[in-house]
Design a binder for this molecule. Structure first.
Ligand code: NAP
Ligand code: MG
Length: 511
């Protein structure tokens, strides 16, 4: 097979099932052996990254000691990196009061051009400290350094710079309408893109004249902690951005605070539902960016080698911890064999391991809980009758790692085809006609993303119109731009981030 040593191993011994990364279970894996190309290690130097033993809440422009400190780990080594406090109701109230005062007395009174300057300075500071931020993100989250360096940090900076440009143009944004800020925004973000999600939340809110209280995820607080230094250096007035740490309980305390004007949440559909219930009947505006089960659709006329790159980008980028991941692959039946052969070949060249190595393609799973969730889904896939294919690469002894995996013989009823796994696991199905592809792709409670691979522009546009997804890529996947709106339909939530659309949820629009 294209010179690749691909072997089928029957899982008759416990050893075989261990090799599949599912200790003590009995899935039926087909192991794909890697190319075994030798790469010299290319470790990223981290000597310039200074991690304090402890970080505090950032409220009213000051660092405020809290209670209930908990550790954050490097998921690639299981080493403790630092600790942060968990905000309780009292701390949340302090942060919201600081944000209210800053809104009333300072931020909402500043001309847009002055707000823009602050955002611009944050964007520039992110660029200046990009190496430090990229290393810290990789250490706290587990994602490959080449992704945090080339995707997360540049996009976060671009987001601030883009919204800096809007801050003094709001009066022209919607012709005939007058706009004003909402007030204090509570923002809760997940662990998969910690810095980037903070940028997506903070930049449009501030551009529109709001102040914020943001809670990063429990397992990834460190780039938000470093951001607080950047906010001070950039001259963000005290109280305009407040960062409080904590787990789900702190997020819940923030969301239910009565003096918020808006809640912006990115995370799971389950928590999104709980937040929607909490906010029902209140004055608070809400936007929800939730889960997904994106369809990546390959037609027989597609440039297949490029499509395979899109499949890899779609599901193995960021270990598959991507809400808009292309976790369902639909292949036109007559090219299935070719696509599987090429995908197998490409998978065999993926390098899994130390996220701080510049050659690494797939890093660490963010937490042991997430690793356990992925393993259980893989077991479910095998038990339900799908065929597992897995890269038989060596994994580091320590840390939370999972081998890139795909399933064939998948039917739409399988849980691995319906539920969000949030890991490097792809479910492959086939179709014969464009109508069948649309029907199968839309057969999901989610509606966040989709990708279409075809040589025909007309087919691409017809498909894009028929697919129920907020973001649709044509002959590419997982590409982001601050000027382009992002968000979902159905159980993937509502509201948009990015572009002019991303400002609307942060403004009162009259006329
Ligand atoms: P999650 O469990 O829903 O957590 C998201 C955030 O909410 C975290 O900060 C979490 O705190 C906090 N939280 C947990 N329970 C809460 C509650 N009852 N009230 C308020 N906040 C609460 O999601 P996750 O596992 O971190 O992230 C993965 C999910 O995010 C996936 O479903 C993914 O698709 C989705 N996501 C969506 C987008 C998008 O734009 N649509 C982007 C990225 C991720 P702790 O984590 O600290 O406990
Ligand atoms: Mg961590």
């Amino acid at each position: 097979m294209d010179g690749i040593d691909v072997k089928e191993i029957q899982p008759t011994s416990p050893g075989a099932s261990e090799q599949s990364g599912a200790k003590g279970r009995t899935p039926v894996p087909e192991l794909l052996f890697g190319d075994l190309w030798d790469y010299a290690p290319a470790p990223q130097n981290t000597s310039h990254v200074k991690i304090a033993p402890r970080y505090e809440h950032f409220i009213g422009g000051e660092f405020v000691a809290g209670t209930g400190y908990f550790s954050t780990l490097n998921p690639a080594t299981e080493e403790r990196l630092s600790e942060v406090p968990a905000a309780d109701d009292e701390m949340v109230d302090r942060a919201v009061r600081a944000a209210r005062e800053a809104f009333d007395k300072r931020w909402s009174k500043l001309p847009g051009s002055e707000r823009g300057k602050v955002l611009y300075r944050i964007g520039r500071a992110l660029q200046e400290r990009s190496r430090e931020l990229a290393c810290l993100e990789t250490m706290d989250n587990g994602k490959p350094i080449k992704e945090s360096r080339d995707v997360d940090v540049p996009l976060a900076a671009a987001h601030f710079l883009y919204y800096a440009g809007w801050a003094d143009k709001l009066d022209y944004a919607l012709p005939g309408a007058t706009v004003s800020p909402l007030g204090v925004c509570g923002q809760v973000i997940p662990w998969n893109f910690p810095l980037l999600m903070a940028a997506w939340k903070i930049a449009p809110a501030l551009a529109a004249g709001n102040t914020v209280v943001l809670k990063p995820a429990e397992t990834t607080p460190l780039t938000a902690a470093l951001l607080t230094e950047i906010f001070q250096e950039a001259g963000v007035p005290p109280g305009v951005i407040n960062i409080i740490f904590g787990a789900g309980a702190s997020g819940a305390a923030l969301v239910r605070h009565p003096d918020l004007n808006k809640v912006a949440f990115t995370g799971s559909t389950e928590v999104g539902r709980a937040i929607q219930r909490t906010l029902a009947g209140s004055k608070k505006r809400l936007t929800l960016e939730l889960g997904g089960k994106g369809a990546n659709i390959i037609f027989d006329d597609a440039p297949l080698d490029q499509a395979i790159e899109g499949v890899v980008e779609g599901i193995y980028f960021n270990q598959g911890h991507v809400c808009c991941a292309g976790s369902r692959l639909f292949v036109q039946e007559n090219v299935l064999e070719t696509v599987l052969r090429k995908l197998t070949h490409r998978l065999a060249s993926l390098r899994v391991g130390d996220p701080l190595d510049k050659n690494t393609d797939v890093g660490a799973i963010n937490s042991s809980e997430q690793l356990e969730k992925i393993r259980s889904y893989v077991d479910i896939g095998c038990a339900e009758g799908a065929q597992m294919h897995q890269l038989a690469c060596e994994l580091p002894d320590k840390g939370f790692f999972f081998r890139p995996t795909f399933f064939t013989n998948v039917v739409p009823a399988h849980r691995i085809a319906r539920e969000e796994i949030f890991g490097p696991v792809l479910a492959i199905q086939t179709f014969r006609t464009p109508d069948e592809a649309v029907q199968k792709a839309n057969n999901s409670p989610y509606g966040l993303s989709a990708g279409i691979w075809t040589d025909k522009g007309s087919k691409l546009f017809a498909m894009a119109k028929a697919l129920h997804a907020g973001v649709i890529w044509g002959n590419t996947f997982n590409k982001f731009d601050p000027a382009s709106p992002f968000g979902g339909f159905k159980e993937s939530g509502f509201g948009r981030e990015g572009g002019l659309h991303g400002l609307l949820p942060y403004m009162e629009v009259r006329g």
